[in-house]
Design a protein around this ligand. Structure first.
Ligand code: 4FV
Length: 430
């Protein structure tokens, strides 16, 4: 594979390719790296490659003509794929790296100064890539990152191509921890640090399973964004707890809640709360929807309405949703039911429109909560408050609270049905 770097500082490229697997691959001719300098395509006696920005402002901008000529020379015919390294580009990913490695050659255009004339991008750039949300003094280091990452996928560059599959990000997961000799490492602050026994067990299947679990756990803890996109394999499913949504229960709490004055009250059950939240619960694959009220007649009403729909053959699609409905006289009763049903006490997560509620509970965004509890086999109990919200002081079992939903105005009185649907989508929506 051939890499041609368009840069006014070619001396930055050579040294980085003088050693390591990429350097050796270059010596072996498995990959080729060339540079083209726009300064060689200037026509003025100062060989200028930059000029002041139209519209004023600090710094200089790279002139279009030398760049266009240099890119054309680098791309040749048939024209190679032309990439500009810029913070404004698409984030570079392992998946894109793997795709680029399938190309016979790429041209990597490096900006300097404040950047390049926009018309060069319009006329002569096929793709813009960024190596990260920060600003470098030039694109050269980014070009070297691309060369190093892509070259690793070029056959013949890495000894064991197999190691590519195990690497971080290859399966959308972070890498598992690595160990080598010595078996026990002295730790001045405590007992020796030993290599996990599983790794010296010789049981390769168990070692592979342990490594996979480590990779999944690390990704969940450190990169909720990546974990949200992680698709477990069938084997993972066996090793991991059931999908989080399938062990999540929603509870609509009518007591203890507060009124606008903050007084603790019991609210009345409303018919469409039963239907709507049952349908949202089914849509996101929840395990159950619990209507919590200390008033027996209200519980009877809820069960009656659910039964009406469940028995009504016509409404079979509604019936599936209403079949999720349960009633309970208190949150504690729901917790006891779930502990019995799942054999594990539930993690109780509150929701609230107010930032200051449940001060003792850990605050979580939906992605953070999913990442934190996805590998914890316990059921999840999500509490929705009616009225003006849950009476936080009266529900000590809450250990986590989801950040309030924020729209675009300071008015935040979503109906509990809407808030429930939005939160479920943020937790489990694809
Ligand atoms: C960069 C990045 C980057 C911006 C102005 C070069 C510099 C200067 N490239 N990922 N981050 N480029 O900061 O790719 O022209």
């Amino acid at each position: 594979m051939k890499f041609t770097v368009v840069t006014i500082l070619p001396e930055l490229i050579e040294p980085a390719l003088a050693a390591g697997v990429v350097g050796r691959a270059r010596e072996a001719g498995v990959i080729a790296v060339a540079t083209v300098n726009p300064r060689d395509f200037t026509t003025d006696r100062h060989r200028s490659v930059d000029d002041t920005p139209y519209g004023g402002g600090p710094g200089m901008v790279m002139k279009p003509e030398p760049l266009l000529a240099a890119i054309a020379a680098a791309a040749g015919e048939p024209r190679a794929h032309r990439i500009l390294l810029t913070p404004a580009g698409a984030p570079l990913t392992q998946a894109r790296v793997r795709e680029l490695a399938a190309l016979p050659e790429v041209v990597l255009v490096c900006g300097r100064y404040e950047g390049i004339d926009e018309r060069v991008i319009e006329l002569a750039i096929d793709e813009q890539l960024s190596i990260g949300d920060y600003v470098l003094s030039g694109g050269e280091l980014a070009a070297l990152v691309v060369i190093d990452a892509v070259a690793r996928f070029v056959p013949g560059v890495l000894g064991e191509a197999s190691s590519l599959d195990d690497e971080s990000h290859s399966a959308g997961l972070l890498e598992y921890p690595q160990y080598t000799r010595p078996l026990r490492l002295a730790d001045p602050a405590g007992p020796d640090r030993a290599v996990p026994e599983i790794l010296t067990s010789g049981n390769h299947a168990a070692i592979a399973a342990w490594r996979r679990r480590q990779a999944i756990e690390r990704t969940a803890q450190r990169r909720p964004d990546l974990f949200a996109r992680f698709a477990p394999t069938a084997a993972d499913r066996k090793a991991l707890p059931p999908a989080l949504h399938a062990r999540t229960h929603l509870a609509l709490v009518h007591h203890p809640v507060v009124d606008r004055t903050g007084a603790v009250i019991t609210t009345a059950l409303t018919n469409f709360d039963i239907h709507d939240l049952a349908r949202s619960s089914l849509t996101y694959g929840l395990a159950g929807y619990h209507i919590v009220t200390p008033i027996a007649s209200q519980r009877d009403k809820a069960e009656h309405i659910a039964k009406l729909w469940i028995d009504d053959a016509q409404g079979e699609h509604r019936a599936r949703a209403l079949a999720l409905v349960r009633t309970a006289d208190s949150v504690d009763t729901v917790m006891a039911n779930l502990t019995e049903q799942h054999g594990l006490a539930p993690l109780v997560v509150a929701t609230s429109a107010r930032h200051e509620s449940f001060p003792a509970a850990a605050r979580r965004s939906p992605a953070e909560l999913v990442a934190e509890v996805s590998l914890n086999p316990a059921p999840l109990l999500l509490l929705l408050g009616t009225g003006w919200g849950l009476a936080d002081a009266l529900i000590p079992s809450v250990s986590r609270v989801l950040a309030p939903i924020e729209g675009t105005s300071d008015w935040n009185h979503l109906s509990v049905r809407s808030a429930g649907a939005i939160l479920l989508d943020r937790l489990f929506g694809r």
